[in-house]
Design a protein around this ligand. Structure first.
Ligand code: G3H
Ligand code: 13P
Ligand code: ZN
Length: 343
């Protein structure tokens, strides 16, 4: 069944575990993620980021997605999740990741998302509260859960790199929960987005402990979300680089740090980069194993893109030729079908 995020958050809080939340950018990823979670008999949180909605709406230059693209994309993602998940034995949440503004949130909810994030973290505190409150009112009336964000993560966010992070102030976090009534909150405590997180990152777990203690003391429900939590597995990065990629200075958060953060009270763990890296490795392996496909009329363009953009690992960059085929209504050929298995 497809459910809101809230009951799952309540379970993480009650039984003190964390639920992984995985970003998807293609229908095949939705299907694969549901199947893997069914195998593990685990609930699923599928996340479509704001720009994933734009891409799935057919916008190949997804960085320029309009609200109309996002609206169409949200409907496409929503339809795919319902198709593969409605009768699944495991509960499935479809969550908007880093919703930019109120219109993005509305587009997601109209498309069938059961949970939304509104990311007002770049706004002054009071404006963040106001925007988030407005979203909570709209979403909760429709049975949709809400995640907010307070504090700024270093790394790549909205495709802009920032060196410095501003850790979440625990007292402000409590005030934020009280004023907005969000179901969960993304905090800044040392994680960062992207594949370059620095060596041996130590997370500021005392921030998690402080917020959870205060929430308990004040009897406020609230789950804390760890964004930028990819572990960036060395074997996947090495695999990409051995096959012509040039991904440098790649480092993730160690599994041990993540485990400790969960023990301190993190209840939702966001992962995107690891999946992007895995798809990129698979695409490179495909052309290594099928050299004749480098000149395929339908997928050869993907090989050219891999050759041209050696440091890229966002599948949306490589999948534009397939997206264009879909948009032109051209029937997928065998090469597209076999390559589709890599995604
Ligand atoms: O946390 C950010 C996610 O990785 C979303 O990335 O804006 O490129 O879709 P995106
Ligand atoms: P990573 O870049 O570490 O995968 O973080 C993903 C994320 O926070 C999505 O919201
Ligand atoms: Zn994030």
């Amino acid at each position: 069944p497809i459910i809101p995020l809230r009951p799952l958050l309540e379970a993480t809080d009650k039984y003190q575990f964390a639920q992984g939340a995985f970003n998807v950018n293609a229908v095949s990823q939705i299907k694969a993620a549901i199947e893997v979670h069914e195998m593990l008999r685990s609930p699923v949180i599928l996340q479509g980021a704001d720009l994933a909605n734009g891409f799935m709406g057919g916008r190949t230059d997804f960085l320029n997605s309009t609200i109309e693209d996002k609206r169409i994309g949200a409907k496409n993602i929503g339809a795919a999740v319902h198709k593969y998940g409605a009768y699944s034995p495991v509960p499935i949440v479809l969550h908007l990741d880093h919703g930019k503004d109120f219109d993005s949130v509305k587009a997601a909810i109209d498309g069938g998302y059961t949970s939304v994030m509104i990311d007002g973290s770049s706004l002054p505190f009071d404006e963040n509260v106001e925007l988030t409150r407005e979203v909570v009112k709209y979403a909760h009336e429709r049975g949709v859960s809400v995640e907010g964000e307070l504090g700024v993560l270093a790394g790549v966010e909205d495709h802009v790199f920032s060196d410095a992070s501003t850790y979440t102030n625990p007292m402000k976090a409590i005030e934020f929960f009280k004023k907005t009534e969000v179901d969960c909150l993304a905090i800044s405590y040392g994680t960062m987005h992207g594949a370059v997180k620095g060596k041996n990152v130590k997370l500021r777990k005392e921030i998690v402990i402080a917020i959870k203690e205060c929430l308990r003391h004040e009897k406020i429900f609230g789950v804390l979300v760890s964004h930028g939590s990819s572990t960036v597995p060395k074997y996947i990065v090495d695999g990409i680089n051995a096959l012509g990629g040039e991904i440098t200075n790649a480092d993730g958060i160690s599994v041990n740090e993540i485990k400790q953060a969960i023990a301190c009270g993190i209840g939702k763990i966001n992962v995107d980069t690891d999946l992007r890296l895995a798809v990129t490795r698979n695409l490179r392996e495909y052309f290594y194993q099928h050299p004749d496909k480098k000149s395929s009329p339908s997928v050869g363009k993907i090989y050219e893109l891999l050759e041209e953009k050696k440091s890229a690992f966002d599948p949306r960059v490589f999948l534009t030729p397939i997206m264009e085929t879909v948009m032109k209504g051209i029937e997928a050929d065998d090469d597209i079908r076999t390559l589709g298995e890599c995604i």
